[in-house]
Design a protein around this ligand. Structure first.
Ligand code: NAD
Length: 478
């Protein structure tokens, strides 16, 4: 059955659906059919002014920051229940918008938001927002008006890991979805509205990069929480830095899968099916540099080629599909450009490398394996953000660590081994925000973020709540 594509005439500002000031529209294109999928209102700078003013008023005058935590929790719990009721339809919508295979959308796109809200609701129940230290009261107070900007690859998971801690701590938010997933952003607004979030507390304004940048620089914004590319994050950070505005950045990655010499290759391949190719390669932590011991290099390359040859590429709504189309023509152009650069620089395509002949329409790329890759090559250094992996040989464990750390990024990584303790020891030497052993999943209780150019700050866990809190000391007479 075709997914229901929602229709929206207005942006969600100040608790109302407001037609965009300039009448601008975003036409979303289906990555599968290359035809228009739906139309969403697009925010201009004037709309950003309205949204920030609404969030400002809700923070400065409204009840939200002064409500008890329990009252805010009650609203978020209603959001969670309404979200869970609509989750199946939302997963179908996100699949239609950006091509996420439906086989994983249930967890990756709509399962995680529910887990995130549950986690922060429980955390905030017992969180000490005030404590007595010496003769002082040390308070944790909301940072204020937050601008939340996210990309299209996991739109609701990325939004909720910002919205739940920000709203529970008493902040108000202007949320800017990506144009590619504007419609699901407005669905999120609908759910918050139905849950009874007071007017102005959450505003949802889909827009492109230009209005996004205007929002980042808006003097009414106290903090920017940004997820996206390192290039855009650098711009966001410099704007915020010059205004001394708080900010957090969740950026790109080029994570290494270190396959140790004791690893069982068939089980590693089962793991890399997800860890390297999740969401058709469009996940920031995907392990796209495969580090193989020199004496097992050929075995690893052959196993990878065999594995990708069994991956089902096709309509993302088909539950059998493992690799769907990329989000946009622009994204496929980018991936094809990197594949060409890989060949020019002397790497060899061991599998894939082209458009699948079975898919004449849609922005598909075959799952691709590059071998004979030196870690200094562009395809081993740049984030490609598609179903493309590069296999690099190493001599011993020290050399593997050196290569894994030879990156301007520091987001994720994996160690694959028969000996978990040995894997944990090696993980301790990798300079990235998270490392998984044998494909273990990330979880909301643990902080998530990047070293080096992969970001600043942490989301998830208690660290994710602290990002939305300022501390204030009140010195009291004895
Ligand atoms: P992008 O940086 O082009 O866009 C991300 C969002 O920022 C979009 O909403 C976009 O409209 C907005 N934007 C772009 N330029 C802006 C600017 N100058 N000022 C304000 N807003 C701006 O990224 P993309 O290509 O849409 O997304 C893919 C990138 O996101 C990859 O690099 C991926 O690694 C990264 N990502 C990181 C994480 C993480 O948690 N670290 C999670 C998901 C995606």
């Amino acid at each position: 059955m075709a997914p229901v594509i929602p229709e929206f005439e207005g942006l969600y500002i100040g608790g109302r659906w407001v037609p965009p000031a300039g009448g601008d529209r975003i036409v979303q294109i289906s990555p599968l059919t290359e035809q228009p999928l739906g139309v969403a209102p697009a925010a201009s700078n004037a709309d950003m002014d309205l949204a920030v003013a609404a969030a400002r008023k809700a923070f400065d005058e409204g009840p939200w920051p002064r409500m008890s935590v329990e009252e805010r929790i009650a609203v978020l719990k209603r959001v969670r229940d309404l979200y869970a009721e609509r989750a199946a339809g939302i997963a179908e919508l996100i699949t239609a918008e950006m091509g996420c295979p439906s086989s994983i959308a249930g967890l990756l796109q709509v399962g995680y938001p529910v887990q995130v809200i549950d986690y922060y609701v429980e955390l905030c129940r017992s969180w000490e927002f005030e404590e007595k230290r010496g003769h002082s009261i040390v308070r944790q107070v909301p940072v204020g008006v937050v601008a939340a900007i996210v990309p299209w690859n996991t739109p609701h998971s990325t939004f909720t890991v910002k919205l739940a801690p920000a709203l529970l701590s008493g902040c108000t938010v202007v949320a800017k979805p990506s144009p590619e997933t504007a419609l699901d952003g407005l669905v999120l607004a609908e759910i918050f509205a139905e849950a009874g979030v007071p007017e102005g507390v959450l505003n949802v304004v889909p827009a492109g990069a230009e209005s996004g940048e205007y929002l980042v620089g808006h003097p009414g914004v106290d903090m920017v929480t940004f997820t996206g590319s390192t290039a855009a994050g650098s711009r966001v950070g410099s704007i915020c830095g010059s205004a001394i505005r708080r900010f957090s950045l969740e950026l790109g990655g080029k994570s290494a899968a270190v396959i140790l010499d004791d690893a069982d290759i068939p089980s590693v391949m089962q793991g890399l099916r997800f860890a390297s190719f999740l969401n058709s390669g469009q996940v920031c932590t995907n392990q796209t540099r495969i580090l193989a011991p020199k004496h097992r290099y050929t075995e690893v390359v052959e196993a990878l080629c065999e594995m990708v040859s069994t991956m089902t590429v096709g309509d993302p709504a088909d539950p059998a599909t493992e690799v769907g189309p990329l989000v946009s023509q622009r994204q496929r152009d980018r991936v094809e450009r990197y594949i060409a650069i890989g060949e020019q620089e002397g790497a060899k395509i061991a599998a894939g490398g082209g458009r699948p002949s079975s898919q004449p329409t849609g922005w598909f790329i075959e799952p691709t394996v590059f071998c004979d890759v030196d870690n200094s090559m562009t395809i081993a250094q740049d984030e490609i953000f598609g179903p493309v992996v590069a296999v690099v040989a190493y001599d011993d464990d020290d050399h593997a660590v050196e290569i894994a750390n030879d990156s301007r990024y520091g987001l994720g990584g994996g160690v694959w081994t028969a000996d978990v303790e040995r894997g944990i020891d090696l993980a301790r030497r990798i300079r990235t925000g998270q490392v998984s052993i044998n494909g273990a999943d990330n979880e909301v209780v643990a902080p998530f973020g990047g070293f080096k150019q992969s970001g600043l700050g942490r989301e998830s866990g208690p660290e994710g709540l602290l990002g939305y809190l300022e501390t204030q000391s009140v010195f009291c007479p004895d």
